[in-house]
Design a binder for this molecule. Structure first.
Ligand code: ADP
Length: 249
């Protein structure tokens, strides 16, 4: 096993909404590179957890430390955190539907890290090799001239993953990538994420247990805003507390 250095560390993090603790004394670490799956029932705090990392939600308590020097992300804006290397893929694909796949990737390669801005929508011939390498990585080489709006749901998801990878995030947060995909698309998505996680930290929030199993990574189970269990998929799914949380709903 290669040694991984810690990229992100949360400790003792709590967040309340109107007195309700959505995140409760949560501690979490991820290395670089590493793949991690986050599972947990609805309301477990998965979205809030990602919102804390990206700076959208600021915790009431605790520490969020980033990078080799362990700088605190707490005082930083969302855009500053994105520039530091945190990329986020929401569930719904957000690509520029009227542009081609090539234009989408070209734009992402030129844009600074952070939410894609229409200001950066400029046609470009630059970086053709980079665009093609990226397209190959996301299985869309043949689709480069196509209008993004005509892609299948799965292809749009891959395109957005490609656009995020173009920005070379050190940590990529991905929310339910397999939702709405065919089994074949799920398989390709697995390969893509596993490949991406060879050189960076990837956190995948996912409900589909088969998908999580195929990621073949450490799994963190959230429940009531805390870590309920952590380990291999076999370890966490045989944990009596995890079984109770999932079956006892
Ligand atoms: P998950 O993504 O695991 O379903 P969430 O992080 O969305 O969980 O939510 C955790 C809990 O916090 C839920 O009970 C939810 O209703 C509550 N919550 C999340 N965001 C807000 C908010 N902005 N205002 C009030 N309650 C919220």
């Amino acid at each position: 096993k290669t040694r991984k250095s810690t990229l992100l560390e949360l400790s003792g993090v709590s967040v309340s909404f109107d007195g309700f603790k959505a995140i409760n004394n949560l501690s979490f670490q991820i290395g670089e590179p590493e793949m991690r799956a986050i599972i947990g029932p609805n309301g477990a705090g998965k979205t809030t957890f990602m919102d804390i990392i990206t700076g959208k939600t600021k915790p009431d308590e605790g520490r969020v430390l980033w990078g080799d020097d362990g700088i605190s992300l707490l005082g930083l804006s969302e855009s500053r955190i994105a520039r530091a290397g945190v990329g986020r893929k929401f569930q719904k694909p957000t690509v520029f539907e009227a542009q081609t796949v090539r234009e989408n990737l070209a734009m992402a390669l030129k844009a600074p890290r952070g939410p894609f801005d229409v200001l950066f929508h400029k046609k470009t011939r630059a970086g053709a090799e980079k665009i093609e390498a990226l397209a190959a990585q996301i299985g869309l080489l043949e689709q480069l001239p196509r209008i993004a709006g005509e892609l299948s749901h799965g292809q749009k998801q891959w395109l957005e993953i490609g656009m995020l990878l173009a920005q070379e995030p050190r940590l990529l947060l991905v929310d339910e990538p397999a939702a709405g995909m065919t089994p074949a698309e799920r398989e390709k998505t697995t390969e893509m994420l596993v490949e991406a996680a060879k050189t960076r930290a990837v956190v995948v929030v996912e409900h589909d247990m088969e998908f999580v199993r195929r990621l073949n990574c450490r799994v963190t189970v959230l429940n009531e805003g805390s870590v309920l269990a952590e380990g291999s998929i076999d370890h966490v799914t045989s944990d009596p507390q995890v079984i109770e949380v999932y079956l006892g709903r």
